[in-house]
Design a protein around this ligand. Structure first.
Ligand code: F6P
Length: 337
């Protein structure tokens, strides 16, 4: 069999471990031919491809980013949903032109949806979930998340000492454009006092009262973690908005940090390398079994797979009964509502 692998959407630490997991299993265990499709779905249309061999897949396990390049694919999504049948024919032709028996698409929610649409077009596809945000429906965890949480936790750890020295409030904004998983996990791991998530929204009175109460109790400083996806008035970044409001309403000196792309770059954690390796191996197995239209997943401790039709277009969100939220509340962490 000949298979193609592409990466789409924002990068995440562990993509290369996953490409290696798929490729080496496919080549060494199943005797398949593997090509890498470069720069996302557009690479499929332009036949922008590279041969992947056991040798070329060596030395990439610990590399951040993606050796294949990635892109956010508005143009491709337009084509696939276009009323003009010719656009979809062009996509199918490109797949057949490359002589593929299966296309493996590594990506987040948007990519899984596009992959499902390709399946509906009659192409053989497998989805592999990837995002630091951990918001892909149908899997308990995505690779990239553990690395991002490690980086964000270290950043919060570092804020504690400077916050304490200056008796300040520190606001740190973490990634997650729709969901607050990184904020929840890094916030709890870093001992944040207030964690604000896009899923929950906020009540500013609750936020400022919590900070005032801490100061009254003799606590010299407070750490506020803000998920980037939380809606605030105007066009300001959430970190800036909360910093300004907290300082104005409490009178306490407040500083902001936006961690940004540092959360996405660099070498994957051992957990993400293992997860990518296992998901990649399972993707190769599914192809060998000709079980197409599936997304590989980790559910509980099991590496498994789910139907792309079940996950397409859905988001995995933090809810009020998420166990770590409940635990945080029991310990006095405020979620701002
Ligand atoms: O990968 C997901 C994510 O990290 C979001 O949390 C963030 O909002 C987004 O990517 C930004 O990425 P880009 O600028 O590459 O679109």
């Amino acid at each position: 069999m000949k298979i193609g692998i592409l990466t789409s959407g924002g990068d995440a630490p562990g993509i290369n471990a996953t490409i290696r997991g798929i490729g080496k299993t496919a080549i060494n265990h199943y005797g398949m031919e593997v090509i890498g499709i470069q720069n996302g779905f557009s690479g499929l249309l332009y036949e922008d491809v590279m041969q992947l061999t056991d040798t070329s897949l060596s030395g990439i396990l610990n590399l951040g980013g993606t050796i294949l390049g990635t892109a956010r694919e508005k143009m491709f999504r337009k084509m696939i949903t276009s009323p003009d049948e010719k656009d979809r024919e062009q996509i199918k032709d490109a797949y057949h032109q490359l002589g593929l028996d299966c296309l493996v698409c590594i990506g987040g929610n948007g990519t899984q949806r596009t992959t499902w649409m390709l399946h509906e077009l009659g192409l053989n596809v497998i989805g592999v979930p990837k995002t630091i945000d951990n918001d892909v429906f149908g899997t308990d965890i995505t690779f990239g998340f553990d690395t991002a949480v490690n980086i964000a936790t270290e950043a919060i750890d570092r804020l504690h000492s400077t916050a304490s020295s200056h008796r300040r409030v520190m606001v740190i904004e973490l990634m997650g454009h729709h969901v607050g998983w990184i904020s929840l996990y890094a916030g709890m791991a870093g001992g944040a006092d207030i964690i604000l998530l896009p899923e929950f929204g906020y009540n500013m009175n609750v936020v400022v009262n919590h900070i005032r109460k801490r100061m009254e109790m003799g606590k010299a400083y407070s750490i506020v973690v803000v998920g980037e996806g939380i809606e605030v008035p105007g066009k300001e970044r959430p970190a800036r908005y909360f910093t300004t409001e907290i300082e104005k309403q409490t009178g306490f000196e407040t500083r902001e940090t936006v961690l940004g792309y540092i959360q996405r770059g660099g070498s994957p954690s051992p957990c993400d390398r293992i997860l990518g390796t296992q998901l990649g191996g399972h993707a190769a197995h599914l192809i060998h079994e000709k079980q197409f239209g599936r997304m590989v997943a980790k559910i509980g401790n099991n590496i498994t797979d789910v139907s792309l039709a079940e996950v397409a277009g859905k988001l995995r969100v933090v809810t009020p009964d998420t166990p770590l939220v409940t635990q945080g509340k029991k310990m006095g962490v405020s979620f701002g509502v």
